[in-house]
Design a protein around this ligand. Structure first.
Ligand code: C5P
Length: 238
């Protein structure tokens, strides 16, 4: 999923998802199925999207005791998603258990899905982290700390904001995937996101993939919005 613009399919049902995807004709997409769609439709949504030829990031952000996460990942590995994730706050043992579960659930000869750790949500501000999570210090330090833990646990990368990408690549590895939500066009509505950036900024910071939801799904012409964002992300002027 490197260099992808991942569209967040944040829809409540199959009908809306199907209608949305139809607008993209034969375009091969990278899409994200999150809690909203997965919890209301169940696992069949993954095979539906895969049958359309798209890559799938299954964004369920698992966070539980290690054994539960391991068993859940064993099941998720059979669904055909290309990438899954956990909350890094669940700890190193939990993340190692996630990988064990994915390895166990991946059939022989197949590649296990990539697994990444959510550091601090892009909707979290510095003040919220300090006060509500009771974590002292800067957001950047907390994200880097979780990224290091994620790397130690053997995961493939992290979800973070674009503002933390450079630090993570320099301090951990340029090969460590950074998947960045909170993407908006210049002057676009921020909604509940706090640590936002434009696709051009994401590219300049060196993000490996961007996740875009409402700026595309809520646009009057989602295909146009997608093509414009993709061009900005890829550095092509149209
Ligand atoms: O509409 P918007 O572009 O803000 O959607 C961002 C998507 O990325 C949502 O599906 C959200 O759940 C997800 N996400 C996020 N921040 C994270 C991890 C995932 O916004 N740290």
């Amino acid at each position: 999923m490197k260099q992808s613009l991942i569209i967040a399919l944040d829809f409540p049902d199959f009908i809306q998802t199907e209608k949305f995807l139809k607008q993209f004709h034969s375009e091969k997409l990278a899409v994200k199925v999150g809690m909203e769609l997965f919890y209301q439709n169940g696992p069949s949504i993954i095979s539906f999207v895969k049958e359309q030829g798209h890559d799938v990031f299954l964004d369920l952000k698992l966070h539980d005791i290690p054994n539960t996460v391991k068993m859940a990942m064993t099941g998720l590995a059979t669904l055909g998603a290309d990438m899954v994730n956990v909350h890094a706050a669940g700890g190193q043992m939990m993340m190692e258990a996630a990988i064990e579960g994915l390895d166990k659930g991946t059939s022989a000869g197949k590649k296990r899905p990539l697994c990444i750790g959510v550091t601090q949500l892009t909707s979290t501000s510095q003040e919220q982290m300090n006060v509500e999570q009771n974590i002292a210090g800067s957001l950047e330090d907390s994200v880097l700390h979780y990224a290091k833990l994620t790397k130690q646990a053997g995961l493939d990368g992290v979800v973070c904001s674009t503002h933390e990408v450079k630090n993570i690549h320099e301090r951990i590895s340029h090969e460590f995937l950074t998947v960045t939500p909170g993407i908006r066009n210049a002057g676009g509505k921020t909604h509940d996101q706090k640590r936002i950036a434009t696709p051009e900024q994401a590219r300049d910071f060196g993000a490996d993939a961007i996740v875009v939801g409402r700026a595309i799904t809520g646009a009057e012409d989602p295909l146009r919005a997608y093509l414009d964002m993709k061009a900005a992300w890829e550095g092509i002027s149209c």
